[in-house]
Design a protein around this ligand. Sequence first.
Ligand SMILES: Cc1cc2nc3c(=O)[nH]c(=O)nc-3n(C[C@H](O)[C@H](O)[C@H](O)COP(=O)(O)OP(=O)(O)OC[C@H]3O[C@@H](n4cnc5c(N)ncnc54)[C@H](O)[C@@H]3O)c2cc1C
Length: 499
Amino acid sequence: MDNKYDIIIIGSGIGGLMSAFVLSKHGYKVCLLEKNEKLGGTLQAYKRNGRILGTGMHYIGSLDEGQMMHNIFKYFGLFDGLQYQRLDDDGFDVFNIGGKEVKFPMGMNNYRKSMVQQFSDEEKAINQYISGLLSTVKEQDVYSLQEPSEGKNSESNFLATNAWDYICSLTNNTNLRNTMAALNFVYAGRKEVTPMYNHALINYYFISSAYRIVGNTEMIADKLASQIKALGGTIFNRQEVEELVFDEKKLTGVKTTSGKIYFADNFISNAHPTTTMSWIPEGKIKKTYRKRLTGLNDTLSAFSLHLIVKPGTVKYRNFNYNFYKNNDVWYASTYDEKKWPEHYFIHWPADTLNPKYVNNVTILTHMKFEEVEKWKELPVKQRGEEYEAFKKRKAEKLLDLVSEQFPEFKENLETYYVATPLSFKDYLGTPTGSMYGTERNFKRPFDSYISHKTKIPNLFLTGQNLNLHGMLGVSLSSLITSGEFVGLKKLLREVRETF
Ligand SMILES: Cc1cc2nc3c(=O)[nH]c(=O)nc-3n(C[C@H](O)[C@H](O)[C@H](O)COP(=O)(O)OP(=O)(O)OC[C@H]3O[C@@H](n4cnc5c(N)ncnc54)[C@H](O)[C@@H]3O)c2cc1C
């Protein structure tokens, strides 16, 4: 049978692409099915007014030589033909918290020094905090590309510890507490639920070193795709899976909305768990399992504003900028539609032709899916005047707030484009357009983490919903899922030993 494969992978986000790369490299006949025209999920970019606008991923951590992402990028061939720009050592992320500016310098020692300089009475709390980060990371074998020891993760206190409670237990200084938690937008943290595990891994990952890609992140997707093809893998875009096909009890194929059926021995879904469950006919999977996977909370969605600015007018800054209107950095917890926006995150990729300047600026903040839900059944680009007016109103409100700090954006604006939670829903296939998939909750430490194995023996999962989101979480999850076929120990050794 021509269209029978060893493994079909559904979805070409980082998780799907990396799994397809590993499995093709190990001799499996792999087929990757993607619903969109473009591959990459949140790595995708789009072109408007001659500018390339990124849709999601903007920076990558731990990419210095000797750090874990460096090995992973080497293994996946992501240094060949791609360039990365190291962000500012003395402040790769700059925060404005209630009017006070704070910077995160790169490297744990620099971070410690800078925190102690700013909060000289709090050296003990700062040292304790850094020990907490380091011991959480050290507990995770897979973070150092070692096979997880049996039962070790279940002993981790940090899955069942709330990040904010932990921070508050170290100091009463509100400014220090906020500074420690300031990076939480990159994991859509909520102070009531976010485990120390997520906080520690992400903070450690970016503080170790932070880079942005020169160009746009779609180049990572393209690079992975071309290598998959060179290794013998097959990729079909515009193939939206709508059903899993069973022969008696065994899963044998997937059916797409175009009516095509693709057959394989094994299947990996890179889609949101609720989406994956929607493909499985009644009676083919345990009701309790389906209920658990579809009942998980999603992280909040986003509103993004892409400004097209006149070339050569807005200077490039080698850092990200995070604004919190109030002296409280947990915006996902305090989110209030009536007061929106009270937070934003700015990412400004350098103009490749004139790198001292930018030609577009991305501004991101949270937005609830419910605010746009009433337009969800309408076709893309035909959602009507009311939706267009909503987008305009929101874009201008956000631009007004941003212009208080950066008046040059408005002064040099050519035009702008907007993405709402509906855009994220449409192009990622997630039910609520969540930024980082399902939410982790320290109160349900094991229920909110999803295994790569499902209750269907030849159906596996990969991607941001399993353990951790982002380049870090998803590349590790793709190794764990592929390790099911290749042998995890062997695979991690291969990655560690890539030079
Ligand atoms: C605005 C934003 C900014 C971010 N910034 C960063 C950052 O700076 N650094 C960082 O590390 N992380 C960042 N992230 C997070 C990171 O981008 C994601 O965690 C990661 O890319 C998710 O990868 P994934 O493989 O799990 O899935 P996704 O990227 O969600 O891809 C899933 C793929 O599955 C496809 N699919 C879904 N349903 C079907 C179907 N029925 N049939 C076929 N295909 C289907 C989708 O079209 C999509 O291509 C950001 C995310 C967002 C939204």
